[in-house]
Design a protein around this ligand. Structure first.
Ligand code: CR1
Length: 831
C-alpha cells in the first residue's frame, strides 16, 4: 500500500480545490439544494416533492453548519480554554431547520432559492418531525441553554442520549389518552452526524478485584458485560456568530466483546439476536418525568451515558494535558438534575483505579469539577437508587459511594457529634427496609455549587429540602432563574412580532441582547404601536384557529379571548382547577337571562399536555376535559360564548404555534410546587398575559413587570402549610361544591369514572393541592381578565409591557450567570 500523503501535501491539494467557504447567496443555495436532491436524496432534480425538498434543503444547511462547527472546534482546541460540559439525559430540541436557518442568517436567501423552484420554506419546515428526546420543562430548558451557549460564544458541549424512541405520541381515542411510540428516526435525521470512529466501551456487572502495580494495591473492575457507545453529533449554531457547538448524543451498539459465550454454544441465530439486545439501552426515553425508582434499564441508561461522556471528556483533556490537577481548570461538569450524578463515582473510579491518583487528590478534583442543578421542589421527588440494584450493575461504584459517604459522615460526626437524626438525614445512603443511594445527597456532597431554578425555589432548597446541607455549606448554595431563548420563541415562532419589535426599537440587536426589549416600555401606550401589535396578534390567532379547526373540527371565533394552559398534566399544575372553572363559567351562562349574555366575554379555552402513561389521575383529567368540551361545544345555547378544546400531542412545534396565538396563559400550580416554570416566559415574550399563582418564576415575573400587568391569585407559599392543616375545617365554597357535584353526578357522563378524581379534591383529608381553597380567588382573577379584555387599549398595553419585561427571562441571562458564578468560563469567539 502506498503511504498516505503528508499533511502539508494534502493541504496543498485541498486549498487548490476549495474556493473558500460555501456561499450563502440564493443561487449557491439553490445549486446546493438541487445537488442534494440528486446525490443525497437520490431523486431526480426535475421531480421531487416537499419532503424531498425538505431533506435536500436540510442537507444544504447542514453543510454550512458543519463548516462552522469544524472551525469552532479547531479554534477552541487551539485556545484550550476551560470548557463546560452540560450533562443531561434529556434534550427537547424540537425541529432544527428553521432555527438553523435563522441562526445562520440565511432565511431570505433560502426563501428566494426555494421560491423559484416552486417551494415554500414554511411548508418544507412542516415536513420535519420533532426531536422529542425529553419530557418537559427540564428537557426544553436544556435545549434553550444550548442555543444560548452557542450564541454567547461559550466553549461548551452538550452530552445526552440518542433515544430511538422519543417521548410517546399522544393519541386521543374517545377522549382517552393512548400512547404510541415515537420512532422519530424512521425517515432519517439530517441534523445528526454519525461518528462511527468515535465510540467507547461501557461496562456493566462483574466483580471488583485487586491488582498490584509497582508494589501498590489497586482495585480493578472486571466487567460481566460490555456494550459500545457510538457518538452522534448535532451541531448547534449560535445566532450572529460563527460559533457552532456540539451536542453529542450516544447510541448503544453491541460490542465485539458482548456475550461471546453464547456464540460458542453453536446457536448462532440466537446469539446474534442476543447481541442485538445491547441496543435496547438507548432505545427508549422514560416517559415519566418524576419517578424512575428502581428500574434497572433506567440505571443502565444513566451509567451508559455517564461512562461514554466521561471517557470522551477525559480523552479530550489528555490530548493536551498530562497532569490531572489541571482538570478542574479546563473542565466544568454541569449535572442537570441528579440523572447524570453517577459521573461523580465514575470520575473517582477513573482517577483512583485507572489513573492511580490517591483518594484525597481525586476527591479534590471532583469537588472542583462538578456543579449541580436540581429541578425538583419536593423531597419525595428526589431520585433514589436501591443499593442492591446499584451493587449488582456497578459493583465498584457502590464501593466508591460507600467510601465517599463514610468519609462524609465521619466529618459530620466531628461537627455535629451524636445528632443522629441529622446524620441519617444527610447520609448519602438511606437506611431502611430497602437501602437506597440518595442521588441528590451524593451530588451536593461532591459539587462545589448547588442551585435551584428560580429565586423562590432556591430559597425552599435552603430552608426546607436541603436545609441541613445549607447549614453545613451555605457558600455552596446559589440561585439561577431559568430562561428561554428568544431566537426560537420570538424570531422563529413569531416573525411578525419580531419584525415589529425591530421596527420600534430601530435595531435587531435585541435578538442577541434581549435587555433592549425594555425599550418597548416607552411606547406601550402609543396607539400606533398598539394597533400594529394587535394586528400581528390577530394574524397569529387566525393561524392557531385554523389549526384548532383542522385537528378538532371545532370552529372558533378569533375575537374571543384565547385562554391557554399547555404543559404536562400533573395534579400540582392544577389543570383540574381550570376545568372546574370552565364548568362554572358554562353553568353561569346557562343560568343567565338571555339579555345578560351580551356582557359575557367570549372565550376559547385550550388545554394541552401529556400524562405519564401510568398516572391514572392525570389521565382522568384528560378525559374530563374531553367530556366537558363535548357538552359545551355542542350546546346551541352557548354558541361562541365558550369553547373548550383539548390540543392533542402537545410538543415543541405545537407550542410554536400556540404561544404566539394566545391572549391569556395559565400557570396555576399550588404555591411551592413549581420549581420555576418556563413556558410562562415564552408566553410573556410573545405578549400574552399571564393568569398565575405566586409560584416559581412567576414571582420574578411579577417583580419585573409589576402586579398590575398580570392576574395573580391564590394561596401564598407561607400560607400553604397551615391551610393544609386546617383542611378539615375548611368550608368549601358553594360554587366549588356545585361544579364538583356536577362532575360526580355524571352531568357530563362517566360519573363513576370520575369519582376518584373528585375524591382527590374532596375526600377525607384530600384536596392536598388546595383547589377548593383557591377557587374563589381564581374566579375573581378570571373575572378581572374578562374585564380587562373588554378594554383592548389597556389589554394591549399590558401585552406590550409583558414582552418588554421578558428580557430577564432569556437563557442568555441564565447562561451568563452560570458561566460567571458557577462554571468559571469565558467566551471563546471563533474569528
Ligand atoms: C420543573 O418542574 C422547571 C423545569 C426546568 C421541571 C419546572 O418547574 O421549570 O424543571 N422539573 O427547570 C422537571 O422536569 C423532572 O423535573
Amino acid at each position: 500500500r502506498r503511504a498516505p500523503p503528508s499533511q502539508a501535501r494534502r493541504a496543498e491539494v485541498v486549498f487548490k480545490l476549495m474556493d473558500g467557504y460555501l456561499k450563502n447567496d440564493s443561487v449557491s443555495l439553490q445549486k446546493a439544494i438541487l445537488d442534494h436532491v440528486e446525490f443525497t436524496v437520490a431523486r431526480s432534480r426535475f421531480s421531487f416533492d416537499d419532503f424531498e425538498a425538505y431533506q435536500a434543503l436540510s442537507h444544504s444547511v447542514r453543510d454550512r453548519l458543519i463548516e462552522r462547527w469544524h472551525d469552532t472546534h479547531q479554534y477552541v482546541k487551539r485556545k484550550d480554554p476551560k470548557r463546560v460540559y452540560f450533562l443531561s439525559l434529556e434534550f427537547l430540541m424540537g425541529r432544527s431547520l428553521s432555527n438553523s436557518i435563522i441562526n445562520l442568517g440565511i432565511k431570505d436567501q433560502c426563501v428566494e432559492a426555494l421560491s423559484q423552484l416552486g417551494f415554500e420554506l414554511e411548508v418544507l419546515a412542516e415536513q420535519e418531525g420533532d426531536a422529542a428526546l425529553g419530557n418537559g420543562g427540564l428537557a426544553r430548558l436544556s435545549a434553550c441553554i444550548m442555543d444560548s451557549l452557542a450564541t454567547l460564544d461559550f466553549p461548551a458541549w452538550g452530552y445526552g442520549l440518542r433515544y430511538q424512541y422519543g417521548l410517546f405520541r399522544q393519541v386521543i381515542l374517545d377522549g382517552f389518552q393512548h400512547e404510541q411510540p415515537d420512532y422519530w428516526l424512521n425517515f432519517g435525521n439530517p441534523w445528526e452526524i454519525e461518528r462511527v470512529h468515535i465510540s467507547y466501551p461501557v461496562k456493566f456487572y462483574g466483580t471488583v478485584e485487586e491488582e498490584i502495580v509497582d508494589g501498590k494495591k489497586f482495585k480493578i473492575w472486571v466487567p460481566g458485560e460490555t456494550v459500545e457507545a457510538v457518538a452522534y453529533d448535532n451541531p448547534i449554531p449560535g445566532y450572529g456568530t460563527r460559533n457552532t457547538i456540539n451536542l453529542r448524543l450516544w447510541a448503544a451498539k453491541p460490542s465485539d466483546q458482548y456475550d461471546m459465550e453464547s456464540f460458542n454454544t453453536g446457536d448462532y441465530i440466537n446469539a446474534v439476536i442476543n447481541r442485538q439486545k445491547a441496543e435496547t439501552i438507548s432505545s427508549v426515553l422514560y416517559p415519566d418525568d418524576r419517578s424512575y425508582q428502581g428500574k434497572e434499564l433506567r440505571l443502565k441508561q444513566q451509567y451508559f451515558f455517564v461512562s461514554a461522556s466521561l471517557q470522551d471528556i477525559v480523552r479530550r483533556f489528555k490530548d493536551l494535558h498530562t497532569n490531572f490537577q489541571e482538570f478542574p481548570d479546563k473542565v466544568a461538569l454541569q449535572l442537570n438534575d441528579t440523572h447524570p450524578s453517577l459521573m461523580i463515582a465514575e470520575l473517582m473510579r477513573v482517577l483512583v483505579d485507572e489513573e492511580h491518583l490517591d483518594w484525597n487528590e481525586a476527591w479534590g478534583i471532583v469537588g472542583k469539577a462538578f456543579s449541580f442543578t436540581t429541578h425538583i421542589v419536593v423531597l419525595e421527588g428526589l431520585e433514589k437508587i436501591p443499593v442492591d440494584l446499584l451493587g449488582s450493575l456497578l459493583p465498584r461504584h457502590l464501593q466508591i459511594i460507600y467510601d465517599i459517604n463514610f468519609l462524609f459522615v465521619e466529618d459530620l460526626k466531628k461537627r455535629f457529634g451524636s445528632d443522629y437524626d441529622r446524620l441519617s438525614r444527610m447520609s448519602i445512603v438511606e437506611e431502611g427496609p430497602v437501602k437506597n443511594v440518595r442521588m441528590a445527597n451524593l451530588s451536593i456532597v461532591s459539587s462545589h455549587t448547588v442551585n435551584g431554578v428560580s429565586q423562590v425555589h432556591s430559597q425552599i432548597l435552603k430552608t426546607k429540602v436541603f436545609k441541613d446541607f445549607y447549614e453545613l455549606w451555605p457558600e455552596k448554595f446559589q440561585h439561577k432563574t431559568n430562561g428561554v431563548t428568544q431566537r426560537r420563541w420570538i424570531v422563529g415562532s413569531n416573525p411578525g412580532l419580531c419584525g415589529l419589535i425591530t421596527k420600534w426599537l430601530g435595531t435587531e440587536a435585541w435578538i442577541r441582547n434581549v435587555d433592549l426589549l425594555l425599550g418597548l416600555r416607552q411606547h406601550a401606550a402609543n396607539p400606533e404601536l398598539q394597533e400594529e401589535w394587535r394586528m400581528i396578534r390577530r394574524v397569529n390567532k387566525k393561524r392557531l384557529a385554523d389549526y384548532i379547526e383542522a385537528m378538532s373540527g371545532v370552529k372558533v371565533c378569533i375575537d374571543a379571548m384565547f385562554d391557554v394552559q399547555v404543559k404536562r398534566i400533573h395534579e400540582y399544575k392544577r389543570q383540574l382547577l381550570n376545568v372546574l372553572s370552565i364548568i362554572h363559567r358554562y353553568d353561569c351562562i346557562k343560568n343567565m337571562k338571555k339579555g345578560d349574555r351580551r356582557k359575557v366575554v367570549s372565550r376559547v379555552c385550550l388545554i394541552g399536555g401529556k400524562a405519564a402513561p401510568g398516572y391514572e389521575i392525570a389521565k382522568k383529567i384528560i378525559k374530563l376535559v374531553h367530556v366537558v368540551a363535548e357538552k359545551i361545544n355542542n350546546d346551541p345555547d352557548i354558541g361562541d360564548l365558550l369553547k373548550l378544546v383539548f390540543i392533542p400531542d402537545y410538543n415543541v412545534s405545537v407550542a410554536e404555534l400556540v404561544v404566539p396565538g394566545s391572549d391569556l396563559s395559565q400557570h396555576i400550580s399550588t404555591a411551592g410546587h413549581e420549581a420555576s416554570g418556563t413556558s410562562s416566559m415564552k408566553f410573556l415574550m410573545n405578549g400574552c398575559l399571564l393568569l398565575a399563582t405566586a409560584d416559581g418564576s412567576t414571582l420574578e415575573i411579577i417583580e419585573e413587570i409589576g402586579e398590575d400587568n398580570l392576574f395573580v391569585f391564590g394561596a401564598k407559599l407561607h400560607e400553604v402549610p397551615s391551610l393544609r392543616d386546617k383542611a378539615r375545617d375548611f368550608e368549601v365554597p358553594r360554587q366549588f361544591a356545585r361544579v364538583v357535584r356536577m362532575v360526580r353526578e355524571g352531568y357530563f357522563g362517566f360519573g363513576d369514572y370520575f369519582e376518584s378524581l373528585c375524591d382527590s379534591i374532596e375526600g377525607n383529608g384530600g384536596d392536598f393541592y388546595l383547589l377548593g381553597n383557591d377557587f374563589m380567588s381564581y374566579l375573581e382573577a378570571q373575572a378581572a381578565a374578562d374585564k380587562t379584555f373588554v378594554d383592548q387599549e389597556r389589554w394591549t398595553q399590558m401585552s406590550i409591557l409583558s414582552a418588554a419585561g421578558s428580557g430577564r427571562f432569556s437563557t442568555d441571562r441564565t447562561v451568563g450567570e452560570y458561566a460567571e458564578k458557577t462554571w468559571g468560563i469565558t467566551p471563546c469567539k471563533c474569528p
